[in-house]
Design a binder for this molecule. Structure first.
Ligand code: 5GP
Ligand code: ZN
Length: 113
């Protein structure tokens, strides 16, 4: 846990967020600036700044499994959805607590911007 980390504070319920699902390891909440009809951010409760610092396969794997669970809950599983992890400047990472974006509810272009 990092005292001054926005996503750690959401995980600790110190900052309000629209929580969609959570368990002892991960928290899923709606993005404050959604880029698709469904835009959910999935974080580990543990503070890891980015994928570059991640070393625990279970922690990273749980983010994807929670995304699939939320996609089912939101009715997106069959149509499809996108999961994204932005890492550092070229990917426009802005919050340095590793997170997976779940985006769905509209058709996505490829390649991404
Ligand atoms: P990044 O650009 O680091 O991959 O994504 C960070 C995401 O966190 C952005 O999509 C941004 O809209 C979202 N975000 C930033 N601050 C808050 C907040 O206080 N609450 C919520 N729910 N989302 C936030
Ligand atoms: Zn954190």
């Amino acid at each position: 846990m990092a005292d001054d980390c926005l996503f750690c504070r959401i995980a600790r319920d110190e900052i309000p967020a629209k929580i969609v699902a959570s368990d002892e390891h991960v928290v899923a909440f709606r993005d404050i600036n959604p880029q698709a009809p469904t835009h959910v951010v999935i974080i580990p409760r543990a503070h890891i700044p980015s994928l570059n610092e991640a070393d625990d396969a279970a922690t990273i794997g749980r983010l994807s499994l929670m995304a699939a669970k939320v996609a089912r809950m939101e009715g997106l599983a069959e149509r499809g959805y996108r999961t994204v992890v932005n890492t550092n400047a070229d990917a426009a990472q802005t919050v340095f607590h590793v997170h997976l974006h779940l985006l769905g509810g509209r058709a996505m272009g490829w390649p991404p911007g």
